[in-house]
Design a protein around this ligand. Sequence first.
Ligand code: PGA
Length: 253
Amino acid sequence: MANRLTPLVAGNWKMNGLRADLGEIAAIRDAVAAGRAARAEILVCPPATLLAEAAQLCAGTPVAIGGQDCHPEAYGAHTGDISAEMLKDAGASYVIVGHSERRIDHGESDARVAAKAAAALRAGLKVILCVGETEAERAAGHAEARVAAQLEKSLPKERWAGRLAIAYEPVWAIGTGVTAMPRDVVAMHGFLRQRLAALLREGETVRLLYGGSVKPGNAAELLRSPDINGALVGGASLKAAEFLAIAAAIGGQ
Ligand code: PGA
């Protein structure tokens, strides 16, 4: 079952990108429309300031647009925050929750991540829920236990019916150029697949993405395992050519 899932190649622009960079999204859109990544689903998550315009650029095309975070509540006195409903209204169909940069920079707990994921599902968005261990946790031999605990506590209770993906992103591999060894990624994804099957009735339909210094040169090897159903790409998603090379390596014909 797992290896029949359509791979998802998601770009996370983080706090990068001005309006002048929207041309990169248009270039991604045109290449994807021309069949460059035919077997994969393509998603770009720009900063919130570009989301509505990016969604307009990609409307009616196979390229989906997503947010990078959402607040658990639909509206209210939360200065600076954005709700899942607002993301949907701006044209997003996805949102990333629980990215390690949010967990670390903003002190987000697993419970808060679960509430955000639930809010996103309530608003009709698809969710990419991130988990991953730190270097110290891996060195201490606690990687699986840490990731299993994050997964269990961050999973929303709501029904997701095909709207949930999990991204395994070892913190030490994000933005560092250090890619996890394919065998470690494969082992962790196999472990996550088992945990999901134990936790969820629909666990087999959940796509498991890998993230952390994914580049055109390592994407195909990392994605060879049937338990790895796509990639969450940070730095290499900012330029259309690089992102498309990854998309082609994963979803090309
Ligand atoms: P990176 O980021 O590809 O720049 O390592 C991945 C991520 O944080 O999603």
